[in-house]
Design a protein around this ligand. Structure first.
Ligand code: NAD
Length: 511
């Protein structure tokens, strides 16, 4: 029996954005874009050929000299305009995120709001790019420093924050005077195009921001392209490592943020109700498809039973349904394949000896049965050699590891290999302080389960969660998207001073 196709189920074609306008390419290859809440095909996205990636880089290269020379006042005015449009259209963009990613509307709006904060930070670029000046460093000699843009820079982004992660990158890159080529995830590509449209509406000159779609082929062309000076990447660890190594070997500056296995440590003195609530929110929010999701709950000193009981109680009433429904607390996973992959870890965990304390496959779903649903899952008695512990699952599966002491918890995190976020829940200030100092992670929460830094700090993990030196957005973002230059100058005649040929006072600058 064929199923009736509603107008909402008709597919859209999602194309590139090059040189300030939509670019309908050859599209020898395209990818499917689904509505994860109904399981239906919602659109098809063009995959860029090498020639199309080249066209985007050429448009960005052509736009670069004029954009680099555009006054800071004008650049800032465009950014303020973009900020206003983004705020005004937040709901539209959030709806687009929900339609292709599946996350609930409030969460999608939160993602756009966090991205908006980076735009607001970028609006302060005039202050951020100020150099240093030293008068009279030597006789008649002054020194000042500059930070200058790199040229054409590229961003490659993951599916799980289709609006926020691009916003971590391009507003600051273009504020610094660079031009940009964005390659968003092929699973939910429409938000990136929408952002480019808004930027154009705000007065961003054509070619300054370009969007090309595709999968690994488009990424490989970006990594090899001689016209691209730097690459920002966010995605899984295996790809991040590959991007870092390949782009660095091609002489590019790279920051490549990878996957995560974030530990939330609960000490026995913590408020258990707060900790359980935080674990549910950080473990199952956005269906666990967050790089800062809590995926390991470390119960210290015998507090495991009470935590598991409270989590079970909270999860039993948790509403899993379409992101468009205001009652939904958790939406579907992004694709059928990903849902199957995540669910398979329940069997893997059980076979390895973990206890399936909550099986999300049995959770009531308030939505279309064709959707990519998996309810919250809890694996108890997980130990560090199990695959469910060592591998990033990237779905609503929270593992409980029970340990005796804070030392054990710190050792567990250190040996894990990832180092994105880590959190501790406690009322003991000394324990919290020790955790903050010793934990092997780039972002730390104290009684905060998802410690994503605000936009005027920078975001980045340690170890296998980040390849490169600089974190994204905030002050590190400005450093990443600019090169330093130091100018030593003198306007007095050299002959007026005693001159010597010896270094360092060549030209008599020591006079
Ligand atoms: P992914 O690594 O599959 O894809 C990321 C990007 O790389 C996409 O644009 C994709 O098209 C491209 N890509 C995929 N496979 C490739 C390959 N073999 N060669 C070249 N390019 C390739 O990641 P995802 O599934 O879209 O996103 C989820 C992952 O991203 C998780 O591992 C998550 O932890 C991570 N993530 C990390 C952060 C962070 O800040 N550290 C933030 C968000 C997501």
């Amino acid at each position: 029996m064929t199923q009736a196709v509603t107008p909402q189920e008709q597919t859209r074609r999602i194309t590139h954005w090059i040189g300030g306008k939509p670019w309908v390419g050859d599209a020898a290859r395209r990818g499917p874009v689904f509505d994860p809440a109904t399981g239906t095909l919602a659109g098809e996205v063009d995959f860029a050929t090498d020639a199309e990636v080249d066209a985007a880089v050429a448009a960005a290269a052509q736009a670069f000299p004029a954009w680099r020379d555009t006054s800071l006042a004008r650049r800032t005015a465009v950014l303020f305009g973009f900020r206003e449009l983004l705020a005004a259209r937040l709901d539209e963009l959030a709806a687009l995120v929900t339609s292709e990613h599946g996350k609930v509307r409030a969460d999608a709006a939160g993602e756009v709001a966090r991205g908006l904060e980076v735009v607001e930070f970028a609006c302060g670029i005039a202050q951020l790019l100020k150099g240093e000046f030293t008068e009279h460093a030597s006789g008649g000699v002054n020194v000042h420093s500059l930070r200058q843009p790199l040229g054409v820079v590229a961003g490659i982004t993951p599916f799980n924050f289709p609006a926020m992660v691009p916003l971590w990158m391009f507003p600051l890159a273009i504020a610094c005077g660079n031009t940009f080529v964005l390659k968003p995830s092929e699973k939910d590509p429409s938000s990136a195009v929408y952002l480019a449209e808004l930027a154009a509406e705000a007065g961003l000159p054509e070619g300054v921001l370009n969007v090309v779609h595709g999968d690994r082929d488009a990424v490989e062309r970006i990594l090899a392209h001689p016209g691209i000076a730097a690459v920002s990447f966010v995605g899984s660890t295996a790809v991040a490592r590959h991007v870092y190594e390949t782009a660095a070997a091609a002489g590019k500056r790279v920051q490549a943020l990878g996957g995560a296995k974030n530990h939330m440590v609960v000490l026995p003195d913590a408020d258990m109700a707060d900790a359980a609530e935080a674990a549910v929110s950080a473990g199952f929010g956005s269906a666990g498809e967050r790089c800062m999701a809590a995926s390991v709950l470390v119960a210290v000193g015998g507090c495991g039973d009470v935590l598991v009981d409270r989590i079970r109680e909270r999860v039993s009433g948790l509403v899993v349904g379409p992101g468009t429904d205001e009652a939904s607390e958790m939406g579907p996973l992004v694709t059928a394949e990903h849902r199957a992959h995540v669910a398979s870890y329940l069997d893997v965990g059980a076979a390895e000896g973990a206890k399936v304390a909550i099986d999300g496959r049995d959770h009531d779903i308030a939505g279309d049965p064709r959707g990519f649903w998996l309810g919250p899952c809890l694996l108890d008695d997980v130990s560090p050699e199990m695959r469910v512990y060592t591998e990033e699952i990237f779905g609503p599966v929270l593992s409980v590891v029970r340990v005796a002491t804070l030392d054990d918890a710190l050792g567990l995190i250190e040996r894990n290999g990832y180092g994105n976020g880590a959190a501790i829940f406690t009322n003991d200030g000394a324990a919290a302080q020790r955790f903050e100092t010793e934990v092997e992670a780039g972002m730390v929460g104290v009684n905060i389960s998802i410690p994503v830094p605000v936009s005027y700090y920078s975001f980045g993990g340690w170890n296998s969660s980040l390849f490169g030196d600089l974190h994204v957005y905030g002050p590190d973002g400005v450093r990443f998207y600019t090169r330093g230059k130091v100018v030593t100058s003198r306007w007095h005649a050299i002959a007026a001073h005693h001159s010597s040929l010896a270094f360092p006072n060549a030209g008599g600058s020591d006079g």
